[in-house]
Design a protein around this ligand. Structure first.
Ligand SMILES: [Zn+2]
Length: 431
């Protein structure tokens, strides 16, 4: 049986149209018809940290601030040029009263004027399909810069740099259906037309982008196929929202440390998941998380990823909502809201499509939806074992870590209120 769900596809580009294309193009796209002579800003990051004295010298020479000037500044420029489908800064947003601080946004414009499409949700890995929309079809004006490692381990900004197709640059583009201020897409090695699947190199690039942004309010997210990604062309999302997400405030319990990376359970949160943090380098953290993602993909388990704390903390959340939906196991009350629980919703930023849902938004409702997204405790344990096997955490290592209980439960340091929510919700994930 092939499991499918119907949903309204998100329009991420103004060129994501259903009509057949004609030769000649004329849309100023990123394919061979329009690329010759095209130029895009290029931001080159350094891959390794230098000594503090060098850091200061390098920063003083740098002509552009990555987050404020480049990502957000260029995003605002595209807003002034009228490239977005609606004005997200005019969407109402509120923090839902309660202990967790779920954030609700009323976004009535995002899904309008589109017919529902069928998405296959039972296969996390699907081959790239040239006939479907992909990011080489976006307009060049939607792409804000090229992003890659520098050759000399220093930071560089090159305005209007040529596009070296043969080296397949990674690019950052606006999402024309933004859910927040500065909503962009990171598209690794765009011309390689990679399907939506995590690999080590691409995940490390996403962590570098979070690190360059250097703000806890600029997060990156990833949705696998079967976990509400709708475009099968490798991409991460990112946006700026100046408030902590509920998932970031949830207490955690350490399971183990491997290669310096601490792996914990998320506690007192409706969606079961793992948190990865630390490690000797960005690459060390990236390898362990991406290997975990690869394990999930290869076992056909849909998942979402949130990159927090400037790339220092990563949440991995296997989920089963779309599968339940396809099997008819989700209540009509939840389905009627048409909320797609992808990475942002799972993290606690609920994008609501109906005014009544926004006005009646409560912690209870947010919790009820997210509880449907989570794997059962039993299934989560199985999935966790698969992951630990893949990243070579031996069972004894894990078992030893499990015996240290009390002192290993920790709240994230920047949110001192998390302890108080312990034991307060009837349906919470057991400690
Ligand atoms: Zn073209």
């Amino acid at each position: 049986m092939m499991l499918k769900i119907k949903r309204v596809p998100t329009v991420v580009s103004n060129y994501q149209k259903e009509e057949a294309e004609e030769g000649g193009c004329g849309r100023n796209c990123l394919r061979s018809c329009c690329l010759p002579g095209a130029k895009l800003h290029m931001y080159a990051f350094k891959t390794a940290k230098k000594a503090v004295s060098d850091e200061i010298a390098a920063d003083s020479e740098l002509e552009v601030d990555f987050l404020d000037s480049l990502v957000l500044g260029e995003w605002e420029d595209r807003m002034q040029r009228g490239l977005f489908r609606y004005d997200v800064t005019a969407c109402e947003t509120k923090v839902i009263p309660g202990k967790y601080g779920f954030i609700a946004q009323l976004n009535e414009g995002r899904h309008l004027k589109k017919r529902p499409t069928e998405f296959r949700v039972d296969k996390v890995l699907q081959p790239f399909d040239e006939s479907k929309f992909n990011f080489t079809k976006v307009g060049q004006e939607e792409v804000i810069f090229q992003f890659g490692a520098s050759d000399d381990n220093d930071v560089h900004f090159f305005p209007n740099a040529p596009i070296d197709v043969d080296n397949s640059p990674s690019v950052v583009a606006i999402n024309v259906s933004p859910i927040e201020y500065g909503h962009v897409l990171l598209i690794p090695r765009i011309f390689e037309c990679l399907p939506q699947r995590i690999d080590r190199e691409s995940f490390l690039l996403a962590l570098h982008m979070a690190e360059e942004a250097g703000s806890p309010y600029f997060r990156l997210g990833y949705n696998s196929l079967g976990a509400f990604a709708t475009i099968n062309h490798l991409h991460f999302q990112a946006y700026y929202l100046a408030t902590p997400f509920p998932i970031e405030k949830a207490p955690t319990k350490k399971i183990t440390t491997t290669n310096g990376v601490k792996i914990s359970h998320i506690l007192n949160y409706p969606v079961r998941g793992l948190v990865f943090e630390g490690g000797d380098s960005l690459e060390g953290l990236s390898d362990i998380v991406s290997d975990s993602c690869i394990c999930l993909q290869e076992n056909n388990i849909p998942y979402n990823v949130l990159i927090s704390d400037s790339g220092k903390r990563v949440f991995l959340l296997p989920q089963c909502y779309a599968e339940k939906q396809a099997l008819g196991e989700v209540s009509s009350e939840l389905l009627d809201t048409q909320v797609n629980p992808a990475v942002w919703e799972i993290s606690g930023h609920m994008v609501l499509k109906r005014k009544e849902d926004y006005e009646g938004a409560s912690e209870e409702n947010a919790w009820r939806l997210l509880a449907e997204v989570s794997l059962s405790e039993e299934r989560f344990e199985e999935v966790k074992e698969l992951i630990f096997e893949a990243i070579s955490c031996t069972v004894s290592e894990v078992a030893a870590a499990m015996t240290t209980t009390e002192e290993s439960v920790s709240s994230h340091q920047s949110h001192e209120d998390s302890d108080t929510i312990k034991g307060s919700h009837p349906a919470m994930v057991p400690v």
